[in-house]
Write a protein that binds this ligand. Sequence first.
Ligand code: AMP
Length: 431
Amino acid sequence: MKSLTFKELHLSKDVERAVEDLGFEEPTPIQAQSIPFILEGRDVIGQAQTGTGKTAAFGIPALEMIDPDVKKVQVIVLCPTRELANQVAEELNKLAKYQKTKILPIYGGQPIERQIKALRRGVQIVIGTPGRVMDHIERKTLRLNAVEMVVLDEADEMLDMGFREDIEDILNEVPEERQTILFSATMPKPILRLTKRYQNNPQMIKTVHKKLTVPLVEQYYFEVKRHVKPEVLCRLIDIYNVKSSLVFCNTKKQVDTLAETLRSRGYLVDALHGDLKQKQRDKVMASFRKGDIETLIATDVAARGIDVENIEVVFNYDIPQDEESYVHRIGRTGRAGREGTAFTFAAGKDIRKIKSIQKHTGAKIIRKKVPSQSDVEDIRAELLSQKVKDAVDAGHMGEYIHWVENLLEEDYTSVDIAAALVKIVLSDVKK
Ligand code: AMP
């Protein structure tokens, strides 16, 4: 798969720096395909779900286009909910970190006076729900005569919510020579009608669902809130006594932060991402192969070239952007006929993505309960019991029996000896 880098998009220095600060290693498929067209000024229809990086796909070109000296609304983004409007505003603000671009979300439910005041101060990008945007247009508190780009985000959702008329009224308020970008997870007829009527020779972008062969790996997911992810990761490593694992994060920044957290908790970890020089990468990989590092935390890009046998578990600490990357990631475990395990952390909306991955790959990802701290002890004891039983069944314990008999002669009971061994083994796991 040929992938485009952010460098190859020739972004302005300030946007490039902001992308770097966000820790994005390379554009997601929807970004790589749509950003060049949007930068050229073309209308675009993007078929993409949330979580694919679609906000930056339109946000980056929008910020490139803004004229900082024009204190009028130049970009308007319409989206179905207050929640999404806030999320988009947040992401755009991060991308605009080194610019002075004024960005404002406006949605129903927030006092309109506050929004009017904010609009008066001069806003260049408005992100709004259609109803509230119409309200402002009617009150003449929002003027769209300088708009050069309209984005319809989650267009199918907006139509489902009955916003068609509002959207059309808004589009009619915007100068005709604007650029119109539409993102939608599905492309039903009403959406196509909208694009026909309001877009000019649009470029259709679809991230195709390739036929993917899912490796034979046991796959589980845990519903985990973001802030407890490090704790859950540690618990799982402890419970399963994982000696070799690969942990995937979506950004370089997350890789570094997580590596630091685990290191401070005493785990043998290192980080791998695109900022490392070849020499450093080789060093990290050599330590991982030798087992000096047990947990390697990486971005997709950095992990692409690596080849390590015997990875017991792949963790999707961040849910991957698309199903192809999911399949690539989990294929890192369970090689050479060995069984491997993949654990995926999913928070909030990520659950939808799990469903989509299952649908497009036919993979079976089973939900597992997040183990509590007391489960950790129980499960470890249970796993150890099983190991003991297996060892007894397998026999060949002559020399060890002799060793135990020596202790028995010293007046220790067999139960005490066994219990002491269990204690030593269980407390030894993390050393
Ligand atoms: P979205 O589909 O816009 O809701 O984005 C989903 C998440 O992916 C957001 O948290 C973004 O910050 C993140 N994201 C967007 N682009 C990239 C990228 N190129 N690399 C890594 N993460 C990204």
